[in-house]
Design a protein around this ligand. Structure first.
Ligand code: ATP
Length: 216
């Protein structure tokens, strides 16, 4: 089975990394492919560039055989749409190979506003990871879709190419990239929230700083 886990990863942090490893263990799949997206235009410009985010990801994953970076969305011109990425992967993998995407409830809550969202279950399975503070609206379309396609056994995903949804409750670390950027901008250290190699590179490049020349 091919598994992708997309995000802005601005920057990658231990919450992302732990989640990816838990998914690898639960689904019994190696590797999990982390897919950094183009930063959507509505986000502020305090974040890192595509190259910088990719560099941080590579540092974070160095020596970790269970996780891998897939750069396809950074290489594609324009906005990153999950449906395009899944369609491209489906062409590469063929019609029978199980394909799965992982998404947190914070993103999945607005699933019915994603481009071509209705075609996504025809391309892949979806693993929905419950994130504290990001509950799904019980009357909304994403919750209805989840109820209709839900399976409880991760093994079920291996048995067909797409169309199922796994509702996963995992022990998650309470870390967000927004919190890390805010901390750095305020001149406070994010150490232990991100790998040391990532923090070193953030400092070396002066990323996320209101005033890049200031001291820590
Ligand atoms: P931001 O704060 O900038 O929105 P983020 O930390 O939520 O960033 P993203 O890159 O937007 O990170 O998230 C990518 C995916 O990772 C999303 O599906 C999100 O639900 C999930 N995710 C983010 N943080 C965590 C965490 N601490 N534990 C588990 N999953 C997470």
């Amino acid at each position: 089975m091919h598994v992708i886990y997309g995000g802005t990863f601005d920057p990658i942090h231990h919450g992302h990394l732990r989640l990816a490893l838990e998914i690898s263990d639960r689904l019994e799949v190696v590797p999990i492919n982390l897919v950094p997206c183009h930063i959507p235009p509505h986000r502020g410009d305090t974040g890192a560039s595509a190259e910088q985010r990719l560099r941080l990801l590579e540092l974070a994953l160095a020596g970790e055989a269970q996780l891998r970076v897939d750069e396809r969305e950074l290489k594609r011109a324009g906005a990153s749409y999950t449906a395009d990425t899944l369609r491209q992967l489906r062409e590469e993998l063929g019609p029978e190979h199980p394909l799965t995407m992982v998404v947190g409830t914070d993103s999945f809550a607005s699933f019915d506003r994603w481009r071509e969202w209705q075609s996504i279950p025809e391309l892949a399975h979806i693993v929905v990871v419950r994130r504290p503070g990001a509950e799904l609206d019980p009357d909304g379309l994403p919750a209805a879709m989840l109820a209709e396609r839900r399976v409880s056994d991760p093994q079920a995903l291996h048995g067909q190419p797409c169309g199922l949804m796994l509702d996963l409750q995992l022990p998650l670390l309470e870390i967000s990239a927004t919190g890390i950027r805010e901390r750095i901008e305020a001149g406070r250290s994010p150490r232990y929230l991100v790998p040391d190699s990532v923090w070193q590179e953030i400092r070396r490049q002066g990323l996320y700083r209101a005033c890049p020349d200031g001291n820590f």
